[in-house]
Design a protein around this ligand. Structure first.
Ligand code: NOJ
Length: 776
């Protein structure tokens, strides 16, 4: 575990080491021996899993009374629906609840509605087992926060935890017990629309965020009425879909699975996440919902996970078209056998499992195990004591949209925004900017502000648009006028309908703010693209706006990295604002007017062109790295027509102030197996505004028994510095922090030489690395 500590300048008289071993020198080092250095992936027991003899006795008695059908009911999760008139149930579902054939419902909320459904289960069924209510509370429930990828850009664990905390408070006040969040899938291909739902491309950052979110949702106590069960999803490797096409095949090595895709799930498990959700994809030829290696060997065997596993929506059924199961009955048997406890929406267990048991193809003990896991969660939530404790109308009224929740959403939104360019300090807007032209399809669109997966969010009235935010903030004598100008619809390409009006407004204004990007549903589930360009005719209008010669600030609203190389060269400033949520317009105004100094850093690499994806900062060097050749050399790993470098690197983001970094220093030049090394650098605010900086620690393991990435994030710390203030930031590393899956597939570190940087982004190679060694 890395501990970052800060102390004031001159506090660290650590030893400065000169850089540095070259790759070729390091290559002479013999491969390290692996055996003595294994770091077991030890299970961590969550607080809620503590032994509870009273619960055990209660559940023993209950389960002894349950019929096979009632048990299968506890493994069945069905959806509710919403019409314009309110919630509805599909035909037959109410009877299923009343007959005990359903143990959990999702997409049902409001205190009143969940109470009605609960009443059916508790008063209508023989054993009075309460229902569990699940829902996709992803980045806010009613008060919507920035999309998850945007929150990740804040690199602010307190803010992210707070967002989950507020979400849990609102959701639980509407009867919800369980959220299908966090999504902890690593995503390195921006074509994949679900990149918007996770924490980005990085293993370390993703793992920290996974922990923060789990803790935010679940708090310290599952029994507390304002917390909800969290779900780590989608297990596993869903983000590695080939060609970025959603639901597509995944084919990665077990080493990549273990080193890249699994760590955030392990972090969630260690943080005590109550449930796991399977993914739609296959791993190594076996669909995740039938994958015993993932669901039993790794999750239960290696990690000791104690909660329950739910499938994704109908993913057991989908094992038939996957070509893994000949029919639904076999799919159900395979899923249960692999380790799936609860079937989401497929009704496969409901309709097939009893027969499979009767015909001896399913072990009753495995059904009992799954049922017990589900009932334990209901018990730990306090539902057997009071099934209605979450469905409380008065609490609902007192909780939703609390002013402090709205304030928190605004705060997280401004913290999430990333300033990508600011030439000539066009931002923050100066007092000379008396007339502001806001142009673009995202300038005054309530629907788009909250992004996708804001299921219970109000898209029509609550969101504050950028126009509203700017107008609310603009001081006397400053005008903000709006023209849509262009469209993000794919079929708008080539059209110029709104251009004249937008250009007329631009011509008479002092500064142009172009609010462009993607429609809210162009990212999220089933929203993959083969182009990352701004869709429709937006870039065409942007070109014309730049041609006016007025200062142009591009504010991008989008759930993925877009290819904006032209804009990067030609506009004055770019702010990536993601989909910033209910208070988004205010947050954009806070940043543009300088009431908040931007502090976000990219949690994903922004490519120059879609041809570079998948792209991520922690790539391998290859045998022919581009740096080895003379400029333009042919036989090195490069493209003929595009640089290898991305447009914006992972960890990059500007501020209205500037920061200087001292070279990193180390407390020692080497550490033994039980030792540690503290790396420090002094960061100084060299500008004239207070600002926050995300100080990042990168390490490179120079030679391994398998090839290692050219750099890996191993620590970060977000600090606030006043103008002129300097602070030394320190990170303590132990050998176990440098563990990976070695040639023999064991998990551990290897002795040898390492480089280390403390830097403002993954691209800041200017700060010279220092080297240290781990000795045997
Ligand atoms: C499908 C999605 O993949 C998953 O993330 C979500 O939680 C479920 N549907 C339930 O809505």
């Amino acid at each position: 575990m890395i501990k970052a500590t800060q102390f004031l300048l001159a506090g660290a008289a650590a030893m400065a080491l000169a850089a540095c071993a070259t790759t070729s020198e390091a290559a002479a080092t013999p491969p390290a021996s692996a055996s003595a250095t294994a770091v077991p992936i030890a299970p961590v027991e969550p607080e809620w899993a503590r032994p509870d003899p009273k619960m055990d006795a209660f559940l023993d008695e209950l389960m002894a009374k349950m019929t096979l059908q009632e048990k299968i009911g506890q493994l069945t999760l069905l959806t509710s629906d919403w019409e314009s008139t309110g919630p509805t149930m599909r035909e037959g579902y109410q009877q299923d609840i009343a007959a005990g054939r359903v143990g959990a419902i999702f997409n049902a909320y409001t205190a009143k509605y969940t109470r009605e459904l609960q009443q059916m289960a508790v008063e209508g069924t023989r054993l009075k087992i309460p229902l569990l209510f699940g829902y996709d509370v992803i980045h806010g429930h009613r008060t919507i926060f920035p999309i998850s990828l945007g929150e990740a850009a804040s690199w602010d664990m307190e803010a992210i935890e707070k967002s989950a905390r507020v979400s849990a408070a609102e959701a639980s006040a509407e009867g919800i017990h369980w959220t299908f969040s966090p999504m902890v899938d690593i995503a390195r291909d921006a074509r994949w629309g679900r990149i918007s739902e996770g924490a980005g491309e990085d293993v370390f950052l993703g793992s920290q965020i996974a922990k923060a979110r789990v803790h935010g949702y679940q708090g310290d106590d599952l029994d507390a009425v304002d917390t909800v069960l969290a779900t780590a999803k989608h297990f596993a490797a869903y983000g590695a879909a080939q060609a970025g096409r959603d639901y597509h095949t995944v084919d990665i090595s077990e080493r990549t699975l273990r080193d890249v895709y699994l760590p955030p799930f392990k972090a969630a498990a260690d943080a005590g996440v109550a449930t796991f959700m399977t993914s739609f994809n296959e791993y190594d030829g076996i669909p995740a919902s039938g994958n015993k290696f993932l669901l039993t060997d790794v999750l239960r065997g290696e990690w000791g996970f104690d909660g329950f596993v739910v499938t994704d929506y109908t993913s057991i059924n989908e094992m038939v078209p996957h070509g893994f199961s000949k029919d639904l009955a076999q799919a159900g048997e395979q899923a249960l056998g692999a380790g799936v406890d609860m079937d989401m929406q497929g009704a496969v267990y409901m309709e097939n499992l009893a027969k499979s048991v009767e015909e001896g193809r399913v072990d009753m003990a495995r059904i009992d195990e799954a049922v017990r896991r589900v009932l334990e969660m209901k018990y730990r939530l306090g539902l057997f004591e009071d099934p209605y404790r979450y469905s409380d109308q008065a609490r609902q009224e007192a909780t939703l949209y609390k002013p402090e929740f709205l304030e928190a959403a605004r705060d997280v939104a401004r913290k999430s925004m990333v300033l990508l360019k600011n030439e000539g300090d066009v931002l923050p807007l100066t007092v000379q900017a008396k007339s502001i032209a806001l142009i673009g399809p995202l300038g005054d669109s309530k629907t788009d502000m909250i992004g996708s997966w804001s299921a219970a969010g109000d898209r029509k009235t609550r969101p504050v648009t950028i126009l509203e935010g700017l107008q609310a903030r603009a001081r006397d004598g400053v005008t903000v006028e709006y023209a849509k100008g262009a469209s993000y619809d794919f079929d708008a390409e080539g059209k110029t309908d709104g251009f004249a009006e937008a250009l007329a407004l631009a011509e008479k204004s002092d500064v142009i703010i172009a609010a462009m990007g993607e429609r809210w549903d162009m990212t999220g589930e089933a929203a993959s693209r083969t182009s990352l360009d701004l869709p429709g005719n937006q870039t065409a209008l942007l070109e014309k706006l730049v041609a006016t010669g007025k200062p142009v600030v591009l504010v991008v609203l989008s759930g993925r990295p877009n290819t904006i190389a032209w804009a990067d060269e030609n506009v004055d400033a770019i702010l990536h604002a993601w989909y910033p949520g209910t208070q988004g317009g205010h947050a954009v105004a806070d940043v543009l007017f300088g009431d908040y100094n931007p502090s976000g850093k990219l949690p994903v690499t922004f490519p120059r062109t879609v041809g570079q994806v998948p792209i991520h900062y922690d790539m391998k060097n290859t045998g022919r790295p581009i740096e080895l050749g003379a400029p333009g050399a042919k036989y090195v790993s490069r493209y003929l027509n595009t640089p290898n470098d991305p447009l914006y690197r992972f960890g990059y983001g500007l501020s209205y102030t500037t920061f200087g970094y001292s070279p990193a220093t180390l407390s020692a030049a080497s550490m033994g197996p039980e030792g540690s090394i503290t790396a420090s650098a002094t960061v100084t605010n060299t500008g004239d505004r207070a600002g926050e900086e995300v100080v990042q620690l990168y390490v490179r393991d120079l030679v391994g028994s398998v090839t290692r990435p050219v750099q890996e994030l191993k620590g970060f710390e977000k600090i606030m510095l006043q103008p002129g203030e300097a602070r030394t930031v320190s990170f303590t590393l132990q050998p176990r922090d440098l563990a990976f899956t070695r040639a023999d597939m064991s998990h551990g570190w290897e002795p040898g030489e390492f480089q280390l940087w403390i830097a403002p982004s993954s691209g800041a190679k200017a700060s010279i690395p220092v080297t240290f060694t781990i000795t045997e």
